[in-house]
Design a binder for this molecule. Structure first.
Ligand code: NDP
Ligand code: HSE
Length: 429
């Protein structure tokens, strides 16, 4: 490709996202060409099965099952096929042959982003990934470019639409998790196999990407403390409402001490007054705190073919412009080199629901355990007391997560404690 010729685009994948990318390329071709400064020529679409039925917008003559040959004749490779292999090898092949890459593949970037970043850096090509985190929402570029002059201290967000939909249905209709999940699957919000969503792995991959960008450091998905939503009960959600909270699956990345970063994904109580509490259905929202900018919130559709394709096209136009005009975008920045720290070093608050004997002195014994672990209690509420047993709902002040976890373990060992019914962190106060 030269400044006068078209930019050759290879599309890897033609599923939910790929079909919408193809549609936008076809329907908005003239306008995209004007924005890029050269036409975008779709030179091929790699799929697994070239005979499978496709949306009529897809030109079947472009379909191929030889992705490897396709990437070697492109200026920009748009990867929306997902998975780790053969995707990683194909992208490395593309980069080695001088192509820039646009990818939506959070699983690959969360697991092995550094290999791709290093290869792109060495080859002097772009690697853009806006669609990999929170679908249509511009977040990667604000973190990588707009906030690069500031110091981000914390990123807190809802980055998985499926789990937000499920938790929202539980809160709105009092459903048990399995029923809300079944409904999400029927409506097409959740995939047939929703494991990566409900176990938190999808959010953990996104959290690793966001943490790496926000803190100029390398964080892999293996550094992320990850708990999904499968342990959340209808009772947890109902109790949360009684105390003015909602349960959300949060991804949190924050500085820990002078040279550390803690990244975690888990269900948490969010006060109804916090902007994240009003994020409903399958929407995503990310709250960024930076020293000079203060608090910023990014909100929108985190998934779906067209919203994700919007982010992909934004990247494609940008890297194609670089091809036409020369130069390239920012590379991975890891100069801060913060150390990923265990979740025990996070400072947070807990809400603990403990089922105890309903008799004199029990509350004092429970309170002693908190004091012994240097954990300060903010509120205590007693619910469902029947003269035999009662539930204590204890909310703590902020303390190191390790101290809070030890407190819960010690509570469970008290003879007057029948069960620790639930433990949820309280975030976003
Ligand atoms: P789909 O499963 O709908 O589509 C995957 C496409 O890739 C299919 O066309 C498939 O071919 C093709 N494909 C898969 N493996 C290979 C292979 N080995 N060789 C050639 N082609 C292959 O996935 P989505 O469109 O939903 O997701 C694509 C990517 O975008 C993933 O990384 C996902 O995490 C990410 N993403 C998705 C979002 C969404 O809302 N769906 C949101 C944000 C990111 P065939 O059609 O023949 O099966
Ligand atoms: N499964 C993801 C979600 C898709 O539910 O948010 C977007 O990455």
């Amino acid at each position: 490709m030269t400044a006068s010729g078209p930019v050759r685009v290879a599309l890897l994948g033609c599923g939910v996202v790929g079909t919408e990318v193809a549609r936008l390329l076809l329907t908005d071709g003239a306008e995209l060409a004007a924005r890029v400064g050269a036409p975008l020529e779709l030179v091929g679409i790699a799929v697994r099965d070239v005979t499978a039925p496709r949306d009529p917008v897809v030109d079947r003559a472009l379909l191929t099952d030889d992705a490897s040959a396709l990437v070697r004749r492109a200026d920009v490779v748009v990867e929306v096929m997902g998975g780790i292999e053969p995707t990683r090898s194909l992208l490395l092949e593309a980069i080695a042959s001088g192509a820039s890459v646009v990818t939506a593949n959070k699983a690959l970037l969360g697991q092995d982003g550094p290999t791709l970043y290093a290869a792109a850096d060495e080859a002097g090509v772009d690697l853009y990934l806006e669609a990999a985190v929170a679908g249509a929402i511009p977040l990667v570029r604000p973190l990588r470019e707009s906030l690069v002059g500031d110091r981000v201290t914390r990123v807190l967000g809802i980055v998985n639409g499926t789990t937000n939909y499920v938790l929202d249905q539980m809160a709105t209709h009092g459903l048990e998790l399995q029923d809300a999940l079944a409904q999400a699957q029927e409506l097409g919000y959740a995939e047939a196999d929703p494991t990566a969503d409900v176990e938190g792995h999808d959010a953990a991959a996104k959290a690793a990407i966001v943490a790496s960008l926000a803190f100029h450091t390398r964080v892999s998905v293996d550094d992320v403390h990850c708990v999904g939503i499968m342990g959340v009960t209808a009772d947890d959600v109902a109790l949360a409402a009684e105390t003015g909270h909602v349960v959300k699956l949060l991804a949190i990345a924050e500085r820990a001490g002078a040279d550390g970063v803690v990244v975690r994904v888990h269900p948490a109580l969010v006060s109804l007054g916090h902007p994240l509490a009003s994020v409903r259905g399958a929407y995503n929202a990310v709250f960024v705190e930076a020293e000079a900018a203060g608090e910023l919130m990014f909100y929108g559709r985190g998934a779906g073919g067209a919203p994700t394709a919007s982010a992909v096209l934004g990247d494609l136009v940008t890297v194609a412009r670089h091809r036409v005009l020369g130069g390239k975008g920012p590379v991975e920045s890891r100069h801060a080199d913060l150390r990923p720290r265990p979740v025990g070093e996070a400072v947070t608050r807990y809400q603990v629901q403990v089922r105890v004997d309903d008799r004199p002195g029990v509350l004092a014994q429970a309170a002693r355990v908190f004091a012994d672990h240097d954990v300060s209690i903010e509120t205590v509420r007693q619910a469902r007391a029947d003269g035999e047993q009662a539930d204590l709902l204890v909310v703590t002040h902020a303390a190191p997560d390790a101290a809070l976890a030890s407190t819960v373990a010690a509570l469970a060992d008290l003879p007057v404690v029948r069960a620790v019914v639930s433990v949820l962190r309280v975030e976003g106060a």
